[in-house]
Design a protein around this ligand. Structure first.
Ligand code: GCU
Length: 599
């Protein structure tokens, strides 16, 4: 992109953002963190809904819930008389007519409020997939785009004493300039997919904080606390009772207080997932969290956890409870998925290809699983659309803001299989990488690529983004999408950045559990033996990779993906799972289990 064009592009993006802010279609605020330990009232449960497959509800202004005024009036929509849907939860798995639905569903919930003077009230959503337009008592309070990150609206001056009505327009149509775009290999669940809460605070409250070991240290914490509301000169305290630690400071004119203290921590690790009760106090607020302290860094060709080399024994997981055929969101859902990862022998999970629920992140760190969290910057993204960089930055902020205190999160992955030739892809993602480092300098950052060239039984690994990544993360499907070109154990490697750790972020192939009748050397029969052979060969391949710091099979469970249309073997499922959606372990599971046991 020429300098002139680039300048024009940036001006466009800024003007657009200002216009959107001014036109009242305000973006939602970046949400306060640690919602589960706030003074909140849940709005989970049954919500009334209107299914709107033609999208005409916008024109009818459904959110106003007009009533007939004259004898001759009639209204052609109503929440009364329709179905209810459970919140949280995707709508596709709740109603037969919504099974493959992509479009608009209107949700309605009434709540009673008696907000006292000096208090503030926020409406907080854990996530809505994909677009949300939110109305309170018939007035639009804002919108949010993105299916996997939290957002909130302050409703202090808008909420009434007594009964109030929230209406949410949810649309899960895939967007050309969305994150992700229109093409992806997972089920497009829509709905209010995570918790909805009313959060009450004092006029001044603790909005955000970051408390973690500074990069390269095993005992020094550098962080900050951010107040919202009357902020200047407040007393700020950080307490860790178990360590008899009390750190006192004051907030500055912006409500910000720098945190800096040292202590002898029992460090968090998969073997010892120690979490401390941490209390953050201001003059008007107290927030309690569970925080683990760990150091993750790259030193030379190794990844070090708490100063010791670690091999990342990972597995890919989509946010789907296989037994429910539905979007995962609850603690129980998280335990189903994470226990299966632990049983395989993992010490890390790659949460593909978007930020999973906070329940998943918190359960993982309690169980001693490191987490790779990822933005849905997936394959075909319209990086040259002037809105996309704005969306990239907002979604990055929302992801890192929510989970930066989660010690289990050790890798932020900012893209998956994008292409160097896409206009503005390199510029946009290099810029995003810098922004991510500014938000959290304590974790690793990577971009996942499949741009490597595999020729004459040799890999040539190069991509401009590798220069900015802490890990060289490679997706390769040799043995499934690409046939072997020689003995896996004789594979050669050429890296553009030979001094960085290499992580195989995806590998594997498909098999239908129990399919053992066809020729075991032909892919088209989806046999377990064929998949098992892929895994055996991949393990041979791993031994040829210099600087290998970890591997991550695609994928833990068979999962729903409507593009997988072989009606004998797939039936709308991607069958690369090591385990079926009924919990049956395939032969490849045992091969992977033995590999990890030996690591
Ligand atoms: C890609 C992609 C996955 C996809 C997988 C597959 O590498 O990252 O999202 O599901 O390959 O083709 O099964």
């Amino acid at each position: 992109m020429t300098i002139k064009k680039e300048k024009l592009f940036k001006i466009q993006a800024v003007l657009l953002l200002c216009l959107l802010q001014l036109t009242g279609s305000l973006f939602a605020q970046t949400a306060m963190i640690n919602v589960q330990n706030r003074n909140k009232t849940s709005l989970n449960g049954e919500w009334q809904v209107i299914l709107d497959p033609t999208g005409i509800g916008e024109w009818k202004q459904v959110w106003q819930e007009k009533k007939p005024q004259k004898k001759t009036d009639f209204i052609e929509y109503s929440f009364v008389g329709g179905p209810n849907l459970k919140v949280p939860g995707d709508f596709n798995s709740q109603l037969c007519e919504l099974t493959w639905f992509e479009g608009t569903v209107w949700y309605k919930k009434q709540f009673y409020n008696d907000l006292q003077p000096g208090k503030r009230l926020f409406l907080h959503f854990g996530s809505v997939d994909y677009m949300a337009d939110v109305y309170l008592n018939g007035e639009k309070i804002g919108s949010h785009e993105g299916g996997f990150t939290p957002f909130q609206f302050e409703i202090t001056g808008k909420v009434k004493s007594g009964s109030n009505t929230v209406v949410v327009k949810v649309n899960n149509n895939r967007q050309g300039n969305g994150l992700p775009g229109t093409g992806y290999d997972w089920f497009n669940y829509g709905g209010i997919t995570r918790d909805v809460d009313l959060i009450e605070t004092n006029n001044s409250y603790i909005e955000d904080y970051f408390i973690q070991l500074t990069k390269g240290s095993l005992n020094k914490v550098l962080g900050w606390v951010q107040l919202n509301g009357s902020q200047h000169g407040q007393n700020i305290m950080v307490k860790i009772p178990e360590l008899n630690l009390v750190y006192n400071t004051k907030s500055d004119e912006n409500g910000r207080a720098k945190i800096e203290f040292s202590s002898r921590f029992k460090l968090w690790s998969p073997e010892s997932p120690k979490l401390y009760k941490v209390i953050v106090e201001s003059d008007n607020d107290v927030v309690t969290d569970s925080i683990g302290f760990r150091s993750i860094e790259v030193r030379g060709k190794k990844v070090l956890l708490n100063g010791n080399p670690v091999f990342l024994k990972s597995v890919n997981i989509h946010e789907e409870n296989p037994y429910k055929k539905a979007r995962a969101y609850s603690i129980d859902d998280a335990r189903v998925l994470l226990n299966a990862a632990k049983e395989l022998g993992c010490n890390m999970v790659r949460l593909a290809h978007y930020p999973h629920s906070e329940n998943m992140i918190r359960e993982a760190e309690k169980m001693g699983l490191m987490v790779w969290s990822e933005l849905p910057v997936y394959q075909h993204i319209q990086f040259s659309d002037s809105l996309v960089p704005v969306k990239l930055e907002r979604m990055l902020n929302e992801m890192v803001c929510r989970d930066k205190n989660r010690c289990g999160v050790v890798v932020w992955s900012l893209s998956n299989e994008t292409y160097p030739g896409t206009p503005n892809r390199n510029e946009a993602l290099i810029s995003l990488t810098g922004k991510c480092r500014a938000l959290d300098s304590t974790s690793l950052i990577t971009h996942v690529m499949n741009t490597q060239v595999y020729k004459n039984n040799a890999f040539n690994v190069w991509d401009p983004l590798y220069k900015y990544s802490d890990l060289i993360s490679i997706n390769e499907y040799i043995g499934w999408y690409d046939p072997w070109q020689g003995k896996p154990s004789e594979t050669k490697w050429q890296f553009a950045f030979p001094d960085k750790p290499v992580f195989i972020s995806e590998f594997g192939g498909e098999a239908l559990y129990g399919s053992n009748s066809g020729p075991t050397d032909e892919a088209a029969y989806w046999t377990e033996a064929y998949q098992g052979k892929i895994y055996a060969n991949q393990i041979e391949l791993f031994s040829t990779i210099p600087n290998l710091c970890g591997v991550c099979p695609w994928i833990l469970f068979d999962y729903r993906s409507l593009g997988r249309m072989n009606q004998v073997y797939q039936n709308g499922y991607n069958r690369k799972g090591l385990i079926t959606e009924k919990g049956e372990k395939k032969k490849a599971w045992y091969i992977m289990y033995e590999y990890y046991k030996g690591k």
